[in-house]
Design a protein around this ligand. Structure first.
Ligand code: PHE
Length: 334
């Protein structure tokens, strides 16, 4: 009689999926109006001789059901705890969140190298404004109105100023604020309306200026030779070719011997054996006059180099735009 009831109760208990469901089963059998409770109550209606036996059976069944409920509850509690833990689970074998450590941009590195070389030769590092006026950028540098660099198409003009097209105005600023002997290098950004594989609208230059009595082309050549050998290697040579800048006379284009063919001629140097690296010359007497220096007393040399160009030659980079693309695959190479 109770076998069927027992099996049903035990099956329901073993199939309960959570504690709430188990509780409903408990109430269904053992609650105030539960199946077993009702059965207990109805014992009184049985013939007296049957009451003890049925009572005993019912008590046993009650105990069995209570025990099954208790065991199932423990199991479900463990499972629920496991589920909660899974929500907080941390897989300690996963790779961590790696914080990449940055480093200087190749241009900053080359710039520091250039500065270090010139500082070791007694040059001082000075800076000037990127927003210049036409007088410092052009007029004081003996750059006449007709010069193409002054063209609106070549420069970025602001209302009454412009973004400097070269670092040469720092020559003027330094000569106005200091007295000879002057030996400075001036690094910084310059701006021109150019953009292709070898030109950026914003790029970096280093200006050099040495003013004293009796400064000659020999000083210029020696200084640049030392620079080139330290920058590119002791086997490299330089050569000066005549050139033109309004603010120097004579003016030179300075070449460095090709590092790939050692001056023999190869595709890299277009079979000339030489690579152009900077412009230079002896400070024009008119520039001295413009800053109130006596050109009979003072002479000097000046040079200006493009840092991106130096970096391209040093690291054999083909496209100048790689410096500003912010592609980590490129930047990680330095
Ligand atoms: N300022 C020149 C340029 O930007 C370079 C230069 C500097 C040439 C100093 C001579 C002397 O092209």
């Amino acid at each position: 009689m109770f076998e069927e009831l027992k099996e049903k109760a035990l099956r329901e208990i073993s199939e309960a999926q959570d504690i709430a469901q188990l509780e409903r089963i408990r109430v269904n059998y053992l609650g105030r109006k539960g199946i077993l409770t009702e059965q207990m109550r109805s014992i009184g209606k049985l013939p007296p001789q049957e009451r003890p036996r049925v009572g005993q059976l019912l008590n046993e069944l009650k105990q069995i059901v209570e025990q099954a409920l208790e065991e199932r509850k423990k199991l479900l509690e463990i499972e629920e705890e496991k589920k909660n833990l899974q929500k907080l689970w941390v897989d300690v074998t996963l790779p961590g969140a790696i914080k990449k450590i940055g480093h200087l941009h190749p241009i900053s590195r080359v710039l520091e190298e250039i500065e270090t070389i010139f500082v070791s030769m007694g040059f001082k590092v000075v800076e000037g404004p990127e927003i210049e006026d036409a007088w410092h950028n052009f007029d004081a540098l003996n750059t006449p109105e007709w010069h193409p660099a002054r063209d609106m198409h070549d420069s970025f003009y602001l209302v009454d100023k412009l973004l400097r097209t070269h670092t040469s105005p720092v020559q003027i600023r330094t000569m106005l604020s200091e007295k000879p002997p002057i030996a400075i290098v001036s690094p910084g950004r310059v701006y021109r309306r150019d953009y292709d594989a070898t030109h950026l609208p914003m790029f970096t230059q280093v200006e050099g200026l040495y003013v004293d009595e009796n400064v000659s082309v020999a000083h210029l050549k020696y200084t640049l030779e030392v620079f080139v050998k330290r920058m590119f290697g002791p086997e490299r040579r330089i050569r000066l070719k005549p050139s033109y800048f309004p603010f120097t006379e004579p003016s030179f284009e300075v070449d460095v011997s090709c590092g790939i063919c050692n001056g023999e001629g190869c595709p890299s140097c277009k079979y000339t054996g030489w690579l152009e690296i900077l412009g230079a010359g002896m400070v024009h007497p008119n520039v001295f006059r413009n800053v109130g220096y006596d050109p009979e007393k003072y002479t000097g040399f000046a040079f200006g180099m493009g840092v991106e160009r130096i970096a391209m030659l040093k690291y054999r980079i083909k496209d100048i735009r790689d410096f500003v693309r912010n592609d980590e695959r490129f930047l990680e190479c330095f």
